[in-house]
Design a protein around this ligand. Structure first.
Ligand SMILES: *Cc1c(COP(=O)(O)O)cnc(C)c1O
Length: 363
């Protein structure tokens, strides 16, 4: 057994990720799917997640060459797309050697690709800015960019892609507007297209086209309200769990933790859990944030500290030292904890810190 300073770990359920990938494929049956495993697979461990999905995944996408090379070094041979393309001409050399596909989102990247001398033709995905207004070619510039890449002897397949700003708002018209802008930019050109992130996979079937790009849904969190995640059949892929390391009974009027944010309003039993913001638990979790002790739902009370949080054990008479506490997972939805902390599950997952061991479970 490896020495472990604390009872805290993030259990990663690889079979849940595979289940969620299949669910994305079933939701968009005519499309192929790039599993988005950037940012260390949203904190779940990119190599392990990549290896678990590799036998089935049509491809992967990551944010940068370093993330892609880690996959290649672990033996993953599937298609890998660099979502922001190359950050310098040198990276095109690296992408060529490792057989990576490149997003081309601006004129400078286009020039780098055209000037490159790759050993094998490069696969390029031209990004169109259909309304996110972050990166991508203006719709009116797409055809010229496409023509230059199509005419380049060392460019292989060319794809077109875009990204949605508001696909997680199923009733908002902005996504339909973006689709219209995207289709207008293509003006009937026939090339493989990719538009949909998780939210669009689940809510906007008209966006599925040739390639979908599931990210957060692979990890079992919905981009919408939690009720939708369960209804969609998503399975949580991370269980952040720890244990009770202290229990005390406090009288009415006694404050708990830094700043005395929470004050007991009756005789209360308070438990201390070994997890804090230095592990990635959100420091802004409010009093009332859900947490499960021995599978029973209760709440965070008092400010989150660096290494500890305090929870309400009043009425949980069986709770004892060493008992298991789930911060999020199957009992407590990460999206709910996120809502109570004014953030999103994406940030919770990607904030799990280095000192939290990832433990791979096959159940
Ligand atoms: C991160 C990312 C995705 C995945 O988005 P989710 O909301 O996690 O599904 C898809 N496409 C691009 C371009 C991305 O950067």
């Amino acid at each position: 057994m490896t020495p472990q300073a604390r009872p805290l770990s993030a259990r990663i359920h690889l079979d849940a990720i595979l289940h969620n990938y299949r669910l994305a494929k079933r939701a968009a049956p005519a499309a192929r799917a790039l599993a988005i495993i950037k940012a260390n697979a949203y904190g779940h461990g990119a190599v392990r997640v990549g290896q678990a999905l590799a036998p089935e995944a049509d491809g992967f996408a990551v944010a940068c060459v370093a993330e892609a090379l880690e996959l290649r070094e672990s033996g993953i041979r599937n298609r890998v797309l660099l979502l922001e393309g190359a950050f310098s001409p040198d990276e095109i050399v690296l992408a060529d050697r490792a057989g990576l596909a490149l997003v081309v989102h601006c004129q400078q990247q286009l020039d780098w690709v055209l000037a490159a001398r790759p050993e094998r033709p490069l696969e390029c995905w031209i990004k169109i800015d259909s309304g996110m207004h972050r990166v991508g070619f203006a719709p009116g510039d797409f055809r010229a960019a496409h023509a230059r890449l199509r005419g380049c002897p060392h460019v292989a397949a060319v794809h077109a892609m875009t990204h949605f700003a508001r696909a997680d708002e199923p009733r908002h018209p902005y996504t339909a507007n973006q689709v219209e802008v995207f289709d207008g930019a293509l003006q009937g050109l026939q090339l493989p297209c990719s538009l949909a992130n998780s939210a669009a996979i689940l809510a906007w079937p008209q966006t599925h086209r040739d390639w979908v790009r599931p990210g957060i849904m692979l990890y079992g969190a919905s981009p919408f309200a939690e009720a939708v995640a369960r209804a969609a059949g998503l399975r949580p892929a991370m269980t952040l769990e720890s244990a009770l390391i202290s229990i005390r009974d406090l009288a009415p009027g006694e404050p708990v933790g830094y700043g005395g944010r929470f004050v007991c309003d009756r005789p209360m039993r308070v438990g201390v859990v070994a997890v804090g913001y230095a592990d990635g638990y959100p420091r802004h979790a409010k009093d009332g944030t859900p947490v499960a002790v021995n599978g029973q739902l209760t709440r965070v009370i008092g400010r989150v500290s660096m290494d500890m949080i305090t929870v309400d054990l009043t009425g949980l008479d069986n709770a004892g030292l060493g008992d298991r506490v789930e911060l999020w997972g199957r009992r407590v939805a990460a999206a709910d904890v996120a809502r109570w902390s004014d953030t999103i599950a994406y940030q919770l997952f990607t904030s799990i810190s280095r000192r939290v061991p990832l433990v791979y479970a096959s159940g």
